[in-house]
Design a protein around this ligand. Structure first.
Ligand code: PAF
Length: 282
Protein backbone atom coordinates (compact mmCIF):
# COMPACT_ATOMS: atom_id res chain seq x y z
CA UNK A 1 0.00 0.00 0.00
CA UNK A 2 1.29 3.44 -0.94
CA UNK A 3 0.57 6.42 1.27
CA UNK A 4 0.18 10.00 0.03
CA UNK A 5 -0.24 13.13 2.11
CA UNK A 6 -0.27 15.87 -0.54
CA UNK A 7 -2.97 16.50 -3.10
CA UNK A 8 -0.43 17.09 -5.90
CA UNK A 9 1.23 13.73 -5.24
CA UNK A 10 -2.02 11.76 -5.20
CA UNK A 11 -3.18 13.48 -8.38
CA UNK A 12 0.07 12.53 -10.10
CA UNK A 13 -0.23 8.81 -9.28
CA UNK A 14 -3.93 8.77 -10.21
CA UNK A 15 -3.11 10.32 -13.59
CA UNK A 16 -0.53 7.60 -14.13
CA UNK A 17 -3.17 4.90 -13.45
CA UNK A 18 -5.62 6.64 -15.76
CA UNK A 19 -3.06 6.78 -18.59
CA UNK A 20 -2.78 2.99 -18.20
CA UNK A 21 -6.57 2.64 -18.40
CA UNK A 22 -6.89 1.31 -14.86
CA UNK A 23 -10.23 1.82 -13.11
CA UNK A 24 -10.11 3.69 -9.79
CA UNK A 25 -12.38 2.83 -6.85
CA UNK A 26 -12.56 5.17 -3.88
CA UNK A 27 -13.67 4.83 -0.25
CA UNK A 28 -13.51 8.06 1.78
CA UNK A 29 -13.35 7.54 5.55
CA UNK A 30 -12.70 9.42 8.77
CA UNK A 31 -10.62 6.53 10.11
CA UNK A 32 -11.36 4.49 13.28
CA UNK A 33 -11.91 1.73 10.77
CA UNK A 34 -14.07 -1.31 11.49
CA UNK A 35 -15.34 -4.23 9.42
CA UNK A 36 -17.99 -2.00 7.84
CA UNK A 37 -15.24 0.07 6.21
CA UNK A 38 -13.22 -3.02 5.33
CA UNK A 39 -16.25 -4.49 3.57
CA UNK A 40 -16.28 -1.35 1.37
CA UNK A 41 -12.63 -1.96 0.53
CA UNK A 42 -13.36 -5.59 -0.36
CA UNK A 43 -16.32 -4.63 -2.57
CA UNK A 44 -14.14 -2.06 -4.31
CA UNK A 45 -11.39 -4.60 -4.93
CA UNK A 46 -13.89 -6.90 -6.66
CA UNK A 47 -14.87 -4.16 -9.09
CA UNK A 48 -11.87 -1.91 -9.65
CA UNK A 49 -8.22 -2.21 -10.69
CA UNK A 50 -7.00 0.24 -8.06
CA UNK A 51 -8.51 0.71 -4.58
CA UNK A 52 -7.96 4.12 -3.02
CA UNK A 53 -9.08 5.09 0.47
CA UNK A 54 -8.69 8.29 2.46
CA UNK A 55 -8.62 9.08 6.16
CA UNK A 56 -9.55 12.64 7.08
CA UNK A 57 -11.55 13.66 10.15
CA UNK A 58 -13.46 16.47 8.48
CA UNK A 59 -14.03 19.40 10.85
CA UNK A 60 -16.72 21.04 8.71
CA UNK A 61 -19.22 18.20 9.13
CA UNK A 62 -19.22 18.32 12.94
CA UNK A 63 -21.73 20.78 14.33
CA UNK A 64 -20.47 19.92 17.82
CA UNK A 65 -16.80 20.77 18.40
CA UNK A 66 -16.69 18.36 21.32
CA UNK A 67 -17.78 15.50 19.04
CA UNK A 68 -14.99 16.44 16.60
CA UNK A 69 -12.38 16.51 19.37
CA UNK A 70 -13.55 13.17 20.77
CA UNK A 71 -13.73 11.42 17.42
CA UNK A 72 -11.46 8.35 17.75
CA UNK A 73 -8.16 8.72 15.89
CA UNK A 74 -6.51 5.33 15.45
CA UNK A 75 -4.25 5.88 12.44
CA UNK A 76 -1.66 3.17 13.18
CA UNK A 77 -4.35 0.48 13.56
CA UNK A 78 -6.17 1.81 10.49
CA UNK A 79 -3.03 1.57 8.35
CA UNK A 80 -2.56 -2.05 9.38
CA UNK A 81 -6.21 -2.92 8.65
CA UNK A 82 -6.08 -1.27 5.21
CA UNK A 83 -2.83 -3.01 4.39
CA UNK A 84 -4.24 -6.41 5.45
CA UNK A 85 -7.40 -5.85 3.41
CA UNK A 86 -5.45 -5.09 0.26
CA UNK A 87 -6.05 -1.36 -0.13
CA UNK A 88 -3.62 -0.04 -2.77
CA UNK A 89 -3.45 3.67 -2.02
CA UNK A 90 -4.16 5.66 1.14
CA UNK A 91 -4.63 9.41 1.01
CA UNK A 92 -3.96 11.03 4.36
CA UNK A 93 -4.31 14.77 3.73
CA UNK A 94 -3.84 17.61 6.18
CA UNK A 95 -6.57 20.17 6.83
CA UNK A 96 -4.56 22.72 4.80
CA UNK A 97 -4.49 20.38 1.81
CA UNK A 98 -8.25 19.86 1.84
CA UNK A 99 -9.20 23.41 2.77
CA UNK A 100 -6.44 25.66 1.39
CA UNK A 101 -8.81 28.63 1.43
CA UNK A 102 -12.06 29.69 3.05
CA UNK A 103 -15.03 27.74 1.75
CA UNK A 104 -18.23 29.53 0.85
CA UNK A 105 -19.85 27.14 -1.60
CA UNK A 106 -23.39 26.10 -0.86
CA UNK A 107 -24.54 22.73 -2.14
CA UNK A 108 -28.17 22.59 -3.37
CA UNK A 109 -29.43 19.70 -1.24
CA UNK A 110 -32.97 21.00 -0.85
CA UNK A 111 -35.30 19.13 1.49
CA UNK A 112 -32.74 16.36 1.95
CA UNK A 113 -30.80 18.45 4.46
CA UNK A 114 -33.89 19.67 6.32
CA UNK A 115 -34.94 16.27 7.67
CA UNK A 116 -33.60 13.61 10.07
CA UNK A 117 -29.80 14.00 10.36
CA UNK A 118 -30.02 17.33 8.54
CA UNK A 119 -32.54 18.68 11.05
CA UNK A 120 -30.66 17.46 14.12
CA UNK A 121 -27.18 18.30 12.84
CA UNK A 122 -27.52 21.63 11.00
CA UNK A 123 -24.79 22.12 8.41
CA UNK A 124 -23.62 18.50 8.66
CA UNK A 125 -24.41 17.54 5.06
CA UNK A 126 -22.94 20.78 3.68
CA UNK A 127 -19.73 19.78 5.48
CA UNK A 128 -19.90 16.25 4.06
CA UNK A 129 -20.35 17.69 0.55
CA UNK A 130 -17.46 20.11 1.01
CA UNK A 131 -15.00 17.35 1.82
CA UNK A 132 -16.36 14.73 -0.57
CA UNK A 133 -16.39 17.27 -3.43
CA UNK A 134 -12.70 18.02 -2.83
CA UNK A 135 -11.76 14.36 -2.40
CA UNK A 136 -13.60 13.31 -5.57
CA UNK A 137 -11.88 16.11 -7.52
CA UNK A 138 -8.46 14.98 -6.30
CA UNK A 139 -9.01 11.26 -6.81
CA UNK A 140 -11.26 11.32 -9.93
CA UNK A 141 -12.71 7.88 -9.13
CA UNK A 142 -14.74 5.73 -11.51
CA UNK A 143 -16.55 3.99 -8.64
CA UNK A 144 -17.23 5.19 -5.09
CA UNK A 145 -18.34 3.05 -2.14
CA UNK A 146 -20.48 4.15 0.81
CA UNK A 147 -22.18 2.18 3.60
CA UNK A 148 -25.96 1.96 3.82
CA UNK A 149 -25.66 2.59 7.57
CA UNK A 150 -25.49 6.30 6.64
CA UNK A 151 -28.63 6.08 4.49
CA UNK A 152 -29.26 9.81 4.24
CA UNK A 153 -25.58 10.49 3.51
CA UNK A 154 -25.81 8.05 0.57
CA UNK A 155 -28.73 10.07 -0.79
CA UNK A 156 -26.80 13.32 -0.33
CA UNK A 157 -23.82 11.89 -2.22
CA UNK A 158 -26.14 10.69 -5.01
CA UNK A 159 -27.47 14.24 -5.25
CA UNK A 160 -23.94 15.69 -5.35
CA UNK A 161 -23.05 13.28 -8.16
CA UNK A 162 -26.13 14.35 -10.13
CA UNK A 163 -25.73 18.09 -9.65
CA UNK A 164 -22.00 18.48 -10.45
CA UNK A 165 -21.30 17.75 -14.14
CA UNK A 166 -17.67 16.88 -13.36
CA UNK A 167 -18.96 13.86 -11.40
CA UNK A 168 -21.20 12.63 -14.21
CA UNK A 169 -19.17 9.47 -14.81
CA UNK A 170 -18.76 8.43 -11.16
CA UNK A 171 -20.75 5.35 -10.23
CA UNK A 172 -22.15 5.11 -6.69
CA UNK A 173 -22.10 1.76 -4.85
CA UNK A 174 -24.15 1.46 -1.65
CA UNK A 175 -22.95 -1.47 0.45
CA UNK A 176 -25.31 -3.10 3.00
CA UNK A 177 -24.70 -2.32 6.67
CA UNK A 178 -22.29 -4.66 8.42
CA UNK A 179 -23.55 -5.71 11.87
CA UNK A 180 -22.10 -7.24 15.00
CA UNK A 181 -23.47 -10.74 15.76
CA UNK A 182 -26.10 -9.19 18.07
CA UNK A 183 -27.31 -6.88 15.28
CA UNK A 184 -25.68 -3.61 16.33
CA UNK A 185 -24.61 -1.71 13.22
CA UNK A 186 -20.84 -1.32 13.13
CA UNK A 187 -19.80 2.25 13.86
CA UNK A 188 -16.72 4.05 15.11
CA UNK A 189 -18.94 5.45 17.87
CA UNK A 190 -19.52 1.95 19.31
CA UNK A 191 -15.98 2.17 20.71
CA UNK A 192 -17.19 4.91 23.03
CA UNK A 193 -20.05 2.91 24.60
CA UNK A 194 -19.56 1.62 28.15
CA UNK A 195 -19.90 -2.16 28.58
CA UNK A 196 -23.39 -1.63 30.05
CA UNK A 197 -24.43 0.57 27.13
CA UNK A 198 -22.96 -1.88 24.65
CA UNK A 199 -25.32 -4.58 26.03
CA UNK A 200 -28.34 -2.31 25.52
CA UNK A 201 -27.42 -1.03 22.03
CA UNK A 202 -28.73 -4.05 19.98
CA UNK A 203 -32.28 -2.97 20.91
CA UNK A 204 -32.02 -0.45 18.06
CA UNK A 205 -31.82 -3.13 15.39
CA UNK A 206 -34.36 -5.35 17.21
CA UNK A 207 -36.80 -2.41 17.12
CA UNK A 208 -36.21 -1.80 13.41
CA UNK A 209 -36.86 -5.47 12.70
CA UNK A 210 -40.04 -5.46 14.79
CA UNK A 211 -41.33 -2.50 12.77
CA UNK A 212 -40.61 -4.39 9.54
CA UNK A 213 -42.46 -7.46 10.83
CA UNK A 214 -45.52 -5.45 11.90
CA UNK A 215 -45.73 -3.14 8.88
CA UNK A 216 -49.22 -2.91 7.33
CA UNK A 217 -50.80 -0.39 4.94
CA UNK A 218 -52.61 2.47 6.69
CA UNK A 219 -51.69 4.68 9.64
CA UNK A 220 -48.10 4.14 10.79
CA UNK A 221 -48.23 6.35 13.88
CA UNK A 222 -48.80 3.52 16.35
CA UNK A 223 -45.94 1.54 14.88
CA UNK A 224 -43.44 4.40 15.24
CA UNK A 225 -44.79 5.37 18.67
CA UNK A 226 -44.31 1.79 19.87
CA UNK A 227 -40.78 1.77 18.46
CA UNK A 228 -39.90 5.01 20.30
CA UNK A 229 -41.42 3.61 23.47
CA UNK A 230 -39.38 0.41 23.18
CA UNK A 231 -36.17 2.41 22.76
CA UNK A 232 -37.03 4.70 25.68
CA UNK A 233 -37.80 1.70 27.92
CA UNK A 234 -34.36 0.28 27.17
CA UNK A 235 -32.80 3.60 28.24
CA UNK A 236 -32.25 5.29 24.88
CA UNK A 237 -33.29 8.85 24.11
CA UNK A 238 -34.41 8.99 20.47
CA UNK A 239 -33.86 12.13 18.36
CA UNK A 240 -36.17 10.51 15.83
CA UNK A 241 -37.64 7.18 14.82
CA UNK A 242 -39.49 7.63 11.54
CA UNK A 243 -40.70 5.82 8.51
CA UNK A 244 -39.99 7.60 5.24
CA UNK A 245 -40.21 7.11 1.49
CA UNK A 246 -37.05 5.16 0.67
CA UNK A 247 -36.23 7.34 -2.37
CA UNK A 248 -37.23 10.84 -1.26
CA UNK A 249 -36.99 10.60 2.55
CA UNK A 250 -40.37 12.30 2.86
CA UNK A 251 -41.90 11.07 6.12
CA UNK A 252 -44.83 8.69 5.56
CA UNK A 253 -47.53 8.62 8.24
CA UNK A 254 -50.08 6.73 6.22
CA UNK A 255 -48.79 4.01 3.91
CA UNK A 256 -50.54 3.11 0.64
CA UNK A 257 -48.99 -0.37 0.68
CA UNK A 258 -46.95 0.42 -2.45
CA UNK A 259 -44.36 3.13 -1.79
CA UNK A 260 -40.88 1.84 -0.90
CA UNK A 261 -40.19 2.56 2.77
CA UNK A 262 -37.21 2.91 5.07
CA UNK A 263 -37.24 3.22 8.86
CA UNK A 264 -34.62 5.62 10.20
CA UNK A 265 -33.50 6.07 13.77
CA UNK A 266 -31.09 8.23 15.75
CA UNK A 267 -30.92 7.85 19.51
CA UNK A 268 -28.64 8.72 22.39
CA UNK A 269 -27.34 5.98 24.59
CA UNK A 270 -25.74 7.91 27.42
CA UNK A 271 -23.62 10.51 25.65
CA UNK A 272 -23.25 8.50 22.45
CA UNK A 273 -25.53 9.17 19.51
CA UNK A 274 -26.18 6.08 17.39
CA UNK A 275 -27.96 5.90 14.02
CA UNK A 276 -29.34 2.98 12.06
CA UNK A 277 -31.94 2.21 9.39
CA UNK A 278 -33.73 -0.65 7.71
CA UNK A 279 -35.49 -0.80 4.35
CA UNK A 280 -38.97 -2.14 5.09
CA UNK A 281 -40.36 -3.10 1.71
CA UNK A 282 -37.79 -5.45 0.19
O1 PAF B 1 -19.09 8.64 6.36
C1 PAF B 1 -18.04 9.22 6.72
O2 PAF B 1 -17.15 8.67 7.36
C2 PAF B 1 -17.85 10.69 6.35
O3 PAF B 1 -19.03 11.37 6.40
C3 PAF B 1 -17.16 10.88 4.98
C4 PAF B 1 -18.01 10.39 3.85
C5 PAF B 1 -15.81 10.16 4.97
C6 PAF B 1 -16.89 12.36 4.75
O4 PAF B 1 -16.06 12.90 5.73
Amino acid sequence: MKLFKRTNDIKEIINKFKRNNLSIGFIPTMGALHNGHLKLILECKKKCDVTVSSIFVNPTQFNDKNDFNKYPRTTEKDLEALLNTGCDILFLPSEKDIYPSENDKNYPLGALEQVFEGAFRPGHFQGVCQVVDRLFKNISPDEVFFGQKDYQQCMVINKLLKTDPSFEKINMNIVPTVRETDGLAMSSRNLRLSSEERKIAPVIYETLQKVKQNLKPGDLTNLTDEAKHRLAEAGLVPDYFSIAHAETLVQINNWNGKDPLVALVAAFLGKIRLIDNLTLTN
